[in-house]
Write a protein that binds this ligand. Sequence first.
Ligand SMILES: [Zn+2]
Length: 417
Amino acid sequence: MKKILLFILGFIFIQTSAFCEEIKLQNKDIGLKGPINVTNQDTNIIDINNVKDKYTIIKTKSNYTPIREGASTNAKRFSHVKKGAKIFADEDKNNFYRIDLGLDKYYWIEKKYVDVDSTANKKELQKIEKISFLETPDMYRIKIKTPVLTAYNEIETTKNSLDFILYDVVIDKEKTETKGKTSGDFKISTDKFGNLKISYFSKYPLTGHEVETCEDGLILKVKKPFKIDTKKPIYNLTIVIDPGHGGYDPGACANGLKEKDLNFQISKNLYTKLKKEGARVFLTRQEDKNIDLYDRIDIAKEHQADFLISIHQNSIGDKNRINEKHGVGVYYYNKEAYDLAKAVQNALVEGTKFKDDGVNFSSLALTRSANPICILIECGYIVHDEEAKKLSDDGFQKDFCDYIIKGLENYLVENFK
Ligand SMILES: [Zn+2]
């Protein structure tokens, strides 16, 4: 194993040195735009008081900080980083900082997610001191030791593979050491921009991943495939059910019904049924109160959930369209959640005989987390008379939960037998 690690390291060094040139060139190019403002055109005298550093170093202050492809909250999300990451910003526009990750394009962070830390005239790359591999019964833990936390990305390249990229770092030939091994298929390399890349490939679909920050760097956590008993696939899994809305937020209201109440009734039924199947089950709320969307995710993480299922009832602004737009639908964001969303949707459409409102890719607080695997179910349309009547019936709610469980079981057996 030691020999293999040495070989991998050797490979990294070759890669790193090959890309040093590229990084330097890139910096020189940026340099041409110039950090120095010549304020007096006539005399060409540089007003020293007006010389500003090129970069503002910003520090993330939210564990759910989105990095986006444009300076707008509608722009596509590129990555999410936790609190404490230092990032080089070189411009600002509206409420956004433009950030330079050393890639071939710029990205953006909304100002409300960061504090200004300091300024710098050039980028200082962080040296990676150590990469250690650790394994627990249900997780791989890869610790990357660096003096300062930088931005990163977790890219699901397929539903079976993951690339973790750490930006603004260099691997030091003499000083970076790798330690430990796992039974998982991991590879260390650098991408074409010289960033650290840790690739993971699994025979089974991914079951969740996340970054945890620590005092001297970060830990990439990758969950191992589920080990299931095909006769009792749900047994021993941890499932958090999230009854949408609550308290001052009733959700959609129609037909004398409030969405928050239906969500809670269905969630409680699902809770009871999953418990009977031998799962560890928790609800994000036990009563009629409102909880912040990200707190709901945190509750699921605290319970070390395998799945987070959020229960909602749909609505439509234009009620004239209700005859064409209604039915049951499931929402997902991450690649590993797609198969689950599809299996649950198939079982629900077959069981309820409701119109198929689709397996929908959607960037929602309750779908975006890659750990646990998250889906959001819109059980039906509360503004649709027939669906509302059925969904408020206790017997129908219980059947509805059986279909969700059927979908979950199908997903587990199909993917992890
Ligand atoms: Zn809702």
